[in-house]
Ligand binder design. Structure first.
Ligand SMILES: [Zn+2]
Length: 148
């Protein structure tokens, strides 16, 4: 009697870089066609184009942490450069830096979250390892071990 295994074969490998690029573009990491998000940051339950289940993602606070890490480092460099080169007033510094970090954060967050979800999909994390044939067990929280 053949025993099924959850370990993917090499032919089932998913390209992480491609999945992350597709996710960063706001597209399904599997097909690259369907939209990943409904609204600003809410991930769709499944791809409208290829029906890949996307609800398995567990992005949590990860994309926010990465966004803060990148934006704060950029803001530090800009702040130092602005101050040493132009010596602007406090009002100008605050306005430019607060506005810049706000806009940059809002632009980067969905892209980083999309890449995050794409990476999880490519590495078969949190229930993404199940194919369409496992839909019955993938919907069972005890079978996947994931809470949504
Ligand atoms: Zn898709």
């Amino acid at each position: 009697m053949p025993v099924s295994t959850a370990i993917p074969t090499p032919s089932q490998d998913r390209h992480a870089g491609q999945a992350m690029r597709r996710g960063a573009a706001g597209r399904c990491p599997s097909c690259g066609e369907g939209r990943l998000f409904t609204g600003y940051l809410r991930v769709k339950d499944e791809c409208p184009s290829c029906a890949t289940e996307l609800h398995h993602h567990r992005a949590d606070d990860g994309p926010a942490y990465v966004t803060i890490l990148i934006v704060s480092h950029l803001a530090t460099v800009v702040m130092l450069a602005m101050f040493t080169m132009y010596r602007p007033s406090t009002t100008v510094m605050l306005t430019v830096l607060c506005g810049g970090t706000l806009v940059l954060s809002l632009l980067m967050l969905p892209r980083i979250k999309g890449a995050w979800v794409g990476f999880q999909w490519a590495k078969r994390m949190h229930g993404f390892g199940h194919g369409h044939e496992d839909r019955s067990t993938a919907d069972d929280p005890q079978a996947t071990g994931a809470a949504r």
